[in-house]
Ligand binder design. Sequence first.
Ligand code: FMN
Length: 352
Amino acid sequence: MEYQPLKIRNRTARIPIVQGGMGVGVSRSSLAGAVARAGGVGIISSAQIGYDEPDFEEDTEGCNIRAIEKHVRLAREQADAGLVGVNVMVALQHYADHVRAAVRAGADLVVCGAGLPADLPELVGDSDTAIAPIVSTRKAASLLLRMWDRKYKRTADMLVIEGPLAGGHLGFSPEQLTDIPALAYDREIRGILEEKRIFEEKYNVSIPVVLGGAVSDSARVRQVMDMGLDGVQAATRFVATRECDASPAYKQAYIQASEEDVTIIKSPVGMPGRAIRNSFIRRAEREQIPTERCFRCIKKCNPVRIPYCITQALIHAVKGDLENGLIFCGADVGKIREITTVEAVIHELMGG
Ligand SMILES: Cc1cc2nc3c(=O)[nH]c(=O)nc-3n(C[C@H](O)[C@H](O)[C@H](O)COP(=O)(O)O)c2cc1C
């Protein structure tokens, strides 16, 4: 299938696929570098990215900042001039520091979700790093773009729409997640496209929009492109690849999961999240899992009140301790049957 390249400000990705950022440690330089090399946009997640640095326990934030710089550099070395970005969650305590580290490291773009990145233009300043907020509703897109326009006389370089079937934290209420019919969400997408056109005209630029959330095969990619979007953001499909940075056990959990194993959890971040209902989740439903150590990672987290520490649970998972680990996934995880390569996933999504 022939699709147009994805143009983000003054850069171009040959293939209009953005690999969604996946914390903790699931998308680092190996995955992002491979996606970029294959022509897509590789995204490193900054969330506890330094979890395997030797002094992580003593200097968590120092390690994370160092690891952002290291993984951008390593991804670039593999990327063969492909685009490499960093995903930073707004809900993180050190969100601003992570964005600044990504800019310093020379990331092509920063993608920010899990909250509205109200001050993102200020954080990247006049650097060459493009800015791409993640929005799930027209209301959020409108609010943010108007705010940036008023306060910074600037607009987004790309928009990522994350739909209700995506993995990880979700920008919807639990009720909305069970209630949004696909057609109603298509209306929301068209609304977001209308909003961005206002600012394309005002700033005389083009703002590409990509859609993520169960865009997991070539037929769905075709539909998305036919709706007038410029590309797709895919994450779950990239987990079961050789290049993905997660442990083999994590990838195996994706292969074994069926549609019925997918559940919506209430994350300590204060948002719902989609995950594989494994023994860890079942245990967390029954009892509070003690926090070994607070990493002060999330702005709104109250360590006394939460059912478990999300950082601890995600680190266990990425290392392969699934008994104690939380495994985020998109709604289409049940379709994954084997471990393959980034090249093969991209080839398939593009329709061969
Ligand atoms: C394991 C996993 C971890 C994720 N972590 C993050 C994250 O740290 N930040 C973020 O903005 N989105 C995160 N997401 C969402 C993805 O970036 C992506 O937008 C979404 O999952 C796309 O849908 P798909 O997985 O169905 O392709 C995560 C998704 C998964 C599956």
